[in-house]
Design a protein around this ligand. Structure first.
Ligand code: SF4
Length: 227
């Protein structure tokens, strides 16, 4: 894999903001909204040890004091649009007006409501397909017209087998990086399981990564699989 360095910009992490606001520590919540995933990354963070650090949310109100809320999984884009919108609605209902809401995903689906988010982190894993790589362009098309404050982060895990072409001005940040072993939680960040998401054993989590890819784009001439 190589990144097209003529066009790529590598910048510092746009979301790693000053950890303090007006003298107080920022509160950040990483919320696992599903443990299901269509991939089998060998380095996946969702191990029993990692999930043991997660706190099960009893209510969405627990996000009311957070400055940043990260929606993550598993793969959040495997939720149905209805499920995703319901979760996003709950977050918007309880969050502070100043709180920012980000989506962490490795699967682009056209219905993602980027306009209702403050940013997205799109990750190309070693297990990502050529369709996932092509989705970079789809995302860039979606970024046009969004607020200039929208945070668009691209993360490429070393080992991806495809070349990635990007349009730098459309991304806040692009990084080619090694996956960090054991997935340490960033400082000031807590890991939460959304209401309805249960902790799983390792084998149960593996079993969840078998959901069939759905055919998401259907035209007269082709059924395009997105994953
Ligand atoms: S994309 Fe890979 S690292 Fe992320 S949840 Fe799925 S299996 Fe784990």
């Amino acid at each position: 894999m190589s990144v097209d360095n003529h066009r790529a910009t590598i910048s510092e992490d746009a979301l790693v903001l000053d950890a303090h606001i007006e003298g107080r520590t920022m509160k950040k919540a990483r919320v696992i909204v599903t443990l299901e995933c269509n991939r089998h990354c060998g380095y996946c963070c969702n191990t029993p040890a990692m999930l043991a650090q997660a706190t099960k949310m009893q209510s969405w109100d627990e996000l009311a004091d957070d400055d940043e809320i990260m929606i993550t999984g598993g793969e959040p884009s495997l939720l149905t649009p209805r499920e995703f919108y319901k979760i996003l609605g709950q977050i918007h209902r309880v969050r502070k007006p100043s709180a920012r809401v980000y989506l962490y995903t490795a699967l682009y689906v056209p219905w993602l409501p980027l306009e209702a988010l403050d940013g997205i982190q799109y990750t190309l894993h070693t297990t990502s397909s050529i369709i996932d790589v092509a989705a970079v362009k789809d995302l860039e098309n979606r970024f046009v017209g969004l607020s200039k404050d929208f945070s668009s982060r691209l993360r490429i895990v070393k080992g991806l087998q495809y070349q990635v072409h990007i349009t730098p001005p459309l991304w806040s940040s692009v990084k080619l990086q090694e996956w960090i072993p054991d997935c340490p939680l960033p400082r000031d960040e807590r890991l939460l399981l959304a209401p309805g998401v249960e902790k799983r054993t390792k084998s149960e989590v593996s079993g969840l990564r078998t959901r069939e890819c759905r055919v998401l784009i259907r035209t007269k001439s082709e059924n395009r699989r997105i994953c």
